[in-house]
Design a protein around this ligand. Structure first.
Ligand code: NAP
Ligand code: F7E
Length: 364
């Protein structure tokens, strides 16, 4: 009988993991995920997996090297997917030291644990790297495609920490002949994206505005351009990468870039609210064309000390070598995210009203 493969994933409560877990369980893997203990439940994205006997959950914190070595030595995973990170760019300016530890040094701990457990020749390692390592403006190429040869210039503590993680992964590959690869990822989103990333912040606000539960959406740089794609497409590609004979770094992207402004427009179109903007840049305000209420406003609290203004990548290498093609367009993804948030808030309201009716009925 064919041996069941073991996958080890850090961490299990994030957006990507929730999709990756399902993909690996469908492919008949024994899956081990780790999570940090929290004082409240945060396993909403993966609750449905607990019934599957091939799914195992371990508690652990990134500062705990001893427990990491113990887990890796006991499980002896065939594949390790390192998704752990303080992944919010804005937050990294407020918590730079913590971000360096979580996103940089943590990767080193994991690579060392593989070596200490004598698994460097058998375990394949995947590092989630990022497009936040690149920036063109300084090189006077404001709107050109990035390629694998583009200069790296991180613009945030998050980018700097991820740059270290990428190079230490490359260094372990070269020094110890490990199968250790980086995947440079562009922004990928979904209905379970964390609420403070711009796309989810927009779709949640649009859903609430359409249901009269919120008045206004506050944003910052509406002109920033991003190469957004669906997280489901990304986990397919991630698995494919670890199945290759040769260990290579890849970039995955959609070949399309759009502004935050476009995403706001598409989202309002999904709930049939016509909007019109007045005044430019810092004074910019958007109005509902039916009621003339202001529903989008620029707010300087979301300002970043340094910003990556533009992202677009030529991912020819990954498409040629991995035969990976995205299934979702950015518009499909936006549609799915808005529909999911409208459904979520509508259900919550129905439930709330239902409880009010019961309380009134019994005069509680
Ligand atoms: P995410 O939703 O923010 O998930 C990150 C995970 O890391 C969460 O499960 C979080 O746990 C955990 N975590 C953070 N700090 C921790 C700590 N100190 N101790 C224990 N757990 C900790 O991220 P994602 O969007 O799935 O992204 C996955 C990976 O891809 C990350 O490395 C990210 O940097 C990288 N990436 C993402 C994108 C993107 O657009 N999504 C693009 C490029 C690269 P809690 O749930 O307990 O907070
Ligand atoms: O911002 C602008 C903001 O926070 C996108 C992470 O997954 O992708 C993500 O990082 C753009 C930026 O994502 C608001 O200034 C305007 O230009 O959704 P975001 P990000 O910073 O691109 C990369 C590839 C990663 O690796 C990261 O882990 O939108 N923007 N107004 C705003 N952004 C936020 N969050 N909130 C606003 O109100």
């Amino acid at each position: 009988m064919k041996k069941m493969k073991k996958a080890f994933i850090t961490w299990i409560t994030g957006q990507d993991w929730s999709y990756l877990a399902q993909l690996l369980l469908d492919k008949w893997y024994e899956v081990h995920g780790i999570k940090r203990r929290a004082s409240s439940f945060n396993t909403e994205r993966i609750d449905y997996l607990f019934e599957n006997k091939n799914f195992n959950l371990h508690y652990w914190d990134l500062t705990d090297s001893a427990n990491l070595i113990k887990l890796i030595s006991e499980i002896k995973p065939d594949e390790i997917y390192n998704l752990a990170a303080q992944s919010h760019v804005h937050v990294s300016f407020e918590m730079p030291e913590y971000t360096a530890n979580a996103d940089g040094i943590w990767t080193l701990r994991l690579l060392e644990a593989i070596r200490i457990a004598w698994l460097e020749k058998t375990t394949k390692f995947y590092q989630a790297s990022t497009s936040e390592l690149f920036w063109w403006l300084e090189y006077n190429r404001p709107e050109a495609w990035y390629t694998e040869e583009s200069p790296m210039h991180p613009r945030s503590p998050y980018g700097c920490a991820k740059l270290y993680a990428m190079w230490i992964t490359r260094n372990y590959k070269e020094s110890y002949d490990m199968f250790a690869c980086n995947w440079i990822l562009f922004n990928h989103e979904s209905p379970v994206r964390w609420e403070t990333f711009v796309t989810r912040k927009i779709t949640m606000a649009v859903a609430k505005i359409s249901l009269w539960l919120q008045n206004k959406l506050l944003l910052w740089n509406l002109d920033a351009k991003r190469d957004w794609w669906h997280a489901k497409d990304y986990v397919d590609a991630m698995w494919l990468m670890l199945q290759q004979e040769k260990c290579e770094d890849y970039v995955i992207s959609t070949w399309e870039t759009n502004t935050v402004r476009d995403f706001v427009n598409w989202s309002f179109e999904e709930v049939w609210i016509n909007i019109e903007w007045r005044w430019k840049w810092i004074e910019e305000k958007w109005y509902n064309k039916k009621t003339w209420e202001c529903i989008v406003e620029v707010d300087s609290r979301y300002f970043r000390p340094a910003e990556v203004d533009f992202l677009l990548w030529d991912s020819t290498k990954a498409r040629k070598e991995l035969w990976w093609i995205p299934k979702y367009s950015v518009r499909d993804m936006c549609k799915e995210m808005v529909a999911s948030d409208v459904e979520k808030f509508r259900k919550q309201e129905i439930l709330k009203n239902h409880w009010y009716e019961i309380l009134e009925q019994y005069e509680i």
